[in-house]
Design a protein. Structure first.
Length: 119
């Protein structure tokens, strides 16, 4: 059974920083890509950032220059360093990974972690 477990959300003031982590566990052959989505109340879920096994990355325009995605392949873990946070970054952040579990290639989701940016 493959699982994604997230951590690192919370309440932060505008201009502050948070670091999210997402660790994949279970029967895993490979993971590509890994990424973070977010969903704010009343809004569509959007892809915030993703990273491939070759370390190539994607960022949505609204977070470029503020967020950095990275991964530790040995630990099957992806990180999202969020700096200069703004109130509009408030959302539930969900980890996403395309995983080869030896039987098939499937998309997995974490449970979500709340990020609130407020003074």
């Amino acid at each position: 059974q493959v699982q994604l477990v997230e951590s690192g959300g919370g309440l932060v003031q505008p201009g502050g920083s948070l670091r999210l982590s997402c660790a994949a566990s279970g029967r895993i052959l490979s993971i590509n890509p890994m990424g973070w989505y977010r969903q704010a109340p009343g809004k569509e879920r959007e892809l915030v950032a993703s990273i491939n096994s070759d370390s190539s990355t994607y960022y949505v325009d609204s977070v470029k220059g503020r967020f950095t995605i990275s991964r530790d392949n040995a630990k099957n873990t992806v990180y999202l360093q969020m700096n200069s946070l703004k109130p509009e970054d408030t959302a539930v952040y969900l980890c996403n990974a395309h995983i080869n579990n030896y039987y098939s290639l499937k998309t997995y989701w974490g449970q979500g972690t709340q990020v609130t940016v407020s003074s």
